[in-house]
Design a protein around this ligand. Structure first.
Ligand code: UTP
Length: 293
């Protein structure tokens, strides 16, 4: 019997260099998609997936983010503004109470793998989830819930996947493996940012993970990978080679927006704007006029 996954880590200690100069004053995760920051969408996804312990790995100068989150989590409950939940979403999860929030400081931005390693004492010896807030999804079923549903069947390690244009393989961790059921792949290898010629598939890791505590054996090694950073994908690739623990990927059902890139961020604002009924027709007509001008 596998324990329930109750914890999520949000790594929010990155430099956000692709969004300079704004990220010299505001962390990337505080940039708004329509009317709320990226981090709120990530928190909401975790909450709707049944998570109740929220761990943020931040940098020292991130008061703006911490203040926002402290307002969101009041009295160990979440206080999203009402319009951020549709009725359906409210009913898909009983209201959880006694939520816990904590912040861990990543002293230096040494990479995503290092950020996760910084949370090791908060995680302890249990399975945990990770959401990268700049990977935003418009999905009927929260993406982390899609992954957890497979985790409770397959156990071990489960990661979120999305098909990408193969010419973009150098931006992603790419997986190899065998389909075991609809949208579920048993993974045999992971390669960080391969050339398109060496990419084993067009399926990329897209910022949603359920990981076992054994991953820390590999993160402890603090090996530097591409860009001199301690990469989570490298730790997972070594884990996959050595450990006899099931490792699956789920092709996520939803529209993905890479909000770490400017084009992805602008597209997300349009798509989420169109989701709001009162904005729909004005945005829609604006897009139509742009096509003809
Ligand atoms: P990115 O690879 O998007 O890096 O990180 P970044 O620094 O945020 O952005 P660019 O590439 O310089 O524009 C993916 C996730 O990992 C976090 C980021 O905050 C983001 O959520 N991260 C990255 C950390 O928490 N710490 C790090 O040292 C690096």
């Amino acid at each position: 019997m596998v324990d329930e996954v109750k914890k999520v880590v949000f790594p929010v200690g990155g430099m956000g260099t692709r969004f300079l100069p704004i990220t010299s004053a505001i962390p990337k995760e505080m940039l708004p998609i329509v009317d709320r920051p990226l981090i709120e969408y990530a928190v909401r996804e975790a909450y709707l997936s049944g998570i109740n312990e929220f761990i943020f790995v931040t940098r020292e100068d991130r008061e703006i983010l911490e203040n926002y989150l402290n307002k969101l989590f009041k009295n160990n409950e979440i206080s999203f503004l009402p319009e951020s939940f549709s009725e359906d979403q409210n009913s898909c999860n009983s209201k959880q109470k006694n939520l816990s929030v904590s912040f861990v400081v990543q002293e230096q931005p040494l990479g995503l793998g290092h950020a996760i390693w910084c949370a090791r004492e908060r995680i302890g010896n249990e399975h945990f989830s990770v959401i990268l807030p700049d990977e935003l999804f418009l999905a009927n079923t929260p993406c982390l819930k899609q992954i957890l549903d497979i985790f409770y069947k397959q156990k071990g390690c489960v990661v979120g996947l999305n098909p990408i244009p193969i010419e973009q393989s150098q931006r992603y961790g790419i997986v190899d493996g065998q389909v075991v059921e609809d949208s579920v792949i048993k993974l045999s290898a992971l390669i960080e940012k391969p050339d398109p010629e060496n990419a084993p598939s067009n399926l990329a890791l897209v910022g949603r993970y359920v990981l076992p505590p054994e991953i820390f054996k590999y993160l402890d090694l603090q090996q530097r990978g591409i860009g001199g950073e301690i990469q989570l994908t490298d730790a997972m690739a070594n884990f996959l080679k050595v450990e006899n623990i099931p490792f699956h990927g789920v092709i996520l059902d939803g529209r993905r927006f890479d909000c770490g890139s400017k084009a992805g961020f602008v597209k997300a604002n349009l798509a989420f704007g169109l989701e709001q009924e009162e904005q729909y027709s004005e945005i829609f007509h604006y897009i139509e006029t742009m096509k003809t001008n």
